[in-house]
Ligand binder design. Structure first.
Ligand code: PRP
Ligand code: URA
Length: 209
């Protein structure tokens, strides 16, 4: 894989990923694991953020510190990205969350846009697309296309599990977009599911399917 693809080797991520994949994991626990892994990957994906100095007053004295200077937009791809964006806004409440509704047509596997909540002008320094699954890559490529047309210059993709086909499609279409993942699996099956994967990430979070 190219040098824009980062697969976490952190033991906590790998431990929680195995629990997430298990078909014994119920939706409540599944949502909790999505949140926790999303926060760990967000931590890893944001080590290059800019900081600005500030002074806080402790109970004893003034103290020099820092705050995140970059304005970050988190773009969850509905539905399955929702659990990740909620986890990220909890850990960094200054992010803006702009929802993007895309679903895969079950016959063609092509992404269809049905909701776009981006403001008219780009008002952020970094766009972070969040979606648990990078399968054919169609949804991620379409999301980056939309963000670039909107005017976003710095974009990262944060996902939980990818198929090699999805990584290939996204890196080929957008070589300037960093991709942060917990795992790259074996292959896509004939229905477009990642194997071994975890099944349908939306259904498993929301108890549907
Ligand atoms: C899933 C997933 C991605 C997409 C990935 O969403 O959350 O958005 O499939 O597939 P791709 O890489 O082949 O485009 P889905 O279309 O099932 O919608 P949902 O989240 O509403 O269930
Ligand atoms: N979307 C999912 O939710 N799971 C897959 O395996 C592929 C796409």
């Amino acid at each position: 894989m190219g040098d824009q693809v980062f697969v976490s080797t952190h033991p906590l991520v790998q431990h929680k990923l195995a629990l997430l994949r298990s078909n014994l994991t119920e939706p409540k626990k599944f949502r909790e694991l999505v949140r926790e892994i999303a926060q760990l990957l967000f931590y890893e994906a944001t080590e290059d953020l800019s900081l600005a100095p500030l002074t806080v007053q402790t109970p004893l004295a003034p103290c020099e510190g820092f705050e995140v200077a970059d304005r970050i937009g988190v773009i969850p791809i509905l539905r399955a990205g929702l659990g990740m964006s909620e986890a990220i806004i909890d850990i960094l409440p200054t992010v803006h969350v702009w929802h993007l509704g895309l679903y895969r047509d079950h016959e063609t596997l092509q992404p269809v846009t049905y909701y776009n909540k981006l403001p008219s002008e780009p008002n952020i320094d970094l766009s972070l697309i969040v979606d648990p699954m990078l399968a054919t890559g169609g949804s991620a490529v379409a999301a980056v296309d939309i963000l670039k047309q909107w005017g976003s210059r710095r974009i990262k993709f944060l996902g939980l599990i990818a198929a090699p086909e999805g990584v290939q499609a996204l890196t080929a279409a957008h070589p300037d977009v960093d991709i942060h993942l917990a795992a790259i699996d074996s292959f896509l099956n004939e229905l477009g599911y990642i194997v071994p994967g975890l099944g349908d990430a939306g259904d498993r979070q929301f108890g549907t399917g």
